[in-house]
Design a protein around this ligand. Structure first.
Ligand SMILES: [Ca+2]
Length: 475
């Protein structure tokens, strides 16, 4: 049988029972079609770059001020165990848009990645763009007359692989770059029209996002709002930096005033969008997702109590905040501890929109049951990572699996295994692989079976390996 048919059947099976059942009944019953002439859900997806797990007040930061993000948590659901599909940018973005694991897509490092020619392992080549053949959630929504906007960072290929070739009607600022040359105009970025000199990029993207909502208030829309912030370079508005300088304690876990000011500006855009939805009467039928593409970058922030940060195999590299507000469905102020990951958004949004999906395989599962009841479980066996690359953040080529409370990391250079019980040891300080060798071995087998299933590319021994030059980086 054609494997695509199997994938399609699997997808439809997952989508099936809830499609016209509980989720839609719940959502459709709570609001009237009203004066706007349609009663379909809108979707806003905030993706904050390099945004750490504790970079919000509602996730425990005593320093960063995030009242609007906290409002989302208070009115919606907060996930404690949400993950990015990768420890760096591009793979996670590809996973969000397609519902497929980065390993399946062949986009396992940031585009265009980098190489260490004398390292112990040779790393596989990655695709330098998201292939046009892949179906994005924007294309799925566009097929049902949604207006789709991409605002912010794309990082999934240059021309001709821009967002307007992947289902987005509008593309503001999305190009091949992983970060802006400058957060202040002139930005000198492809695709983005310059603003007045000194305009701040985060504010500008907020303006563009608000305008898109206002212009599309009378039709269903999907706004994918992928902030460039809070990625390097650290640049923020002077008055905000000064504000945070006054309250910074150099010995505290979070203490960088520029980084705090960048978060502050992002939070203001969240506030402006919430206010716009309220003003236009759209809040009740607009679902908001808010998450990050990988862990916080050290030392810009600290992800403590998690270990390490962006570019590492540990939780600090991949555990991210996730807030979802689905009015009338997500219980206000609810907290969900089920592990979820980037590939889940595609099937979630498809189910919420009651849209039949195209003939594609999807690795994620719909989060709708959790959004209805945070104590529900997805019944999923495990979630996986595959990063056959080196990273300045500390990662050497590795794979990882989380199953229940346990996480196994397999380091490909020497085959070393590390096993952690995240429920008891969220900081991954107590490696249980020697104490629980059978559990470690079983998870290692799960990981290998998954790699085979997604055709994961493995690194291989490097004939030019030279320990004295192993850390040398080249494109
Ligand atoms: Ca990133």
């Amino acid at each position: 049988m054609n494997p695509r048919n199997i994938d399609r059947r699997r997808f439809l099976k997952r989508l099936g029972p809830g499609l016209l059942g509980g989720a839609m009944a719940l959502s459709m019953g709570r609001y009237a079609a009203a004066e706007t002439g349609h009663d379909r859900l809108n979707f806003i997806f905030f993706l904050i770059d390099d945004f750490g797990w504790t970079d919000l007040a509602c996730y425990g930061s005593p320093f960063y001020e995030t009242p609007h993000m906290d409002r989302l948590a208070g009115e919606g659901m907060k996930f404690t165990d949400a993950y990015s599909a990768c420890t760096v940018c591009s793979p996670t973005r590809a996973a969000i848009l397609t519902g497929k694991y980065p390993a399946r897509l062949g986009i396992t490092d940031w585009i265009p990645g980098h190489n260490r020619p004398f390292a112990q392992l040779r790393i596989p080549a990655i695709h330098n763009q998201l292939a046009h053949e892949e179906t994005t959630i924007a294309e799925v929504l566009k097929s049902k007359e949604y207006a789709c906007a991409h605002v912010g960072k794309w990082h999934l290929g240059g021309d001709p692989f821009f967002p307007d070739t992947q289902g987005f009607d509008i593309n503001v600022g999305g190009n091949s770059l992983g970060h802006p040359p400058s957060y202040f105009s002139p930005y000198k970025m492809p695709i983005l029209k310059e603003g007045p000199e000194g305009e701040y990029l985060t504010d500008r993207l907020g303006d563009e996002a608000v305008r898109f909502i206002e212009e599309n208030r009378n039709r269903p829309f999907f706004l994918y709002f992928a902030h460039y912030a809070v990625h390097n370079p650290l640049q923020a508005k002077k008055e905000l930096i000064e504000y945070y300088q006054r309250k910074a304690d150099p010995h505290a876990r979070h203490n960088n005033p520029i980084y705090a000011a960048m978060i502050h500006s992002v939070d203001e855009t969240v506030g402006r969008i919430l206010a716009t939805l309220d003003k236009l009467g759209l809040a009740d039928r607009t679902v908001i997702f808010f998450t990050g593409d990988n862990g916080g970058l050290l030392p810009n922030t600290s992800n403590a109590p998690l270990r390490a940060g962006k570019g590492s195999a540990y939780e600090g590299g991949v555990r991210v905040p996730l807030l979802v507000r689905w009015p009338g469905v997500t219980p206000p102020g609810s907290v969900c501890a089920e592990p979820v990951t980037s590939v889940d958004y595609f099937p979630t949004i498809a189910q919420m929109a009651a849209i039949p999906v195209p003939n594609e395989s999807v690795d994620g599962v719909s989060l709708v049951p959790l959004l209805q009841d945070p104590r529900a479980t997805l019944g999923r066996e495990a979630i996986y990572w595959h990063y056959p690359h080196y990273h300045p953040g500390g990662a050497t080529p590795y794979g990882a699996v989380r199953k229940g409370d346990y996480k196994l990391i397999e380091f490909f250079e020497d085959g070393k295994l590390e096993l952690y019980n995240l429920k008891e040891d969220v900081g991954e300080s107590n490696d249980l692989s020697q104490q629980l060798p059978e559990a470690a071995s079983a998870l290692k087998q799960d990981l290998a079976a998954w790699r085979a299933q997604v055709n994961a590319q493995m690194p291989w021994p490097n004939p030019d390996y030279d320990p004295t030059r192993a850390g040398l980086r080249m494109r």
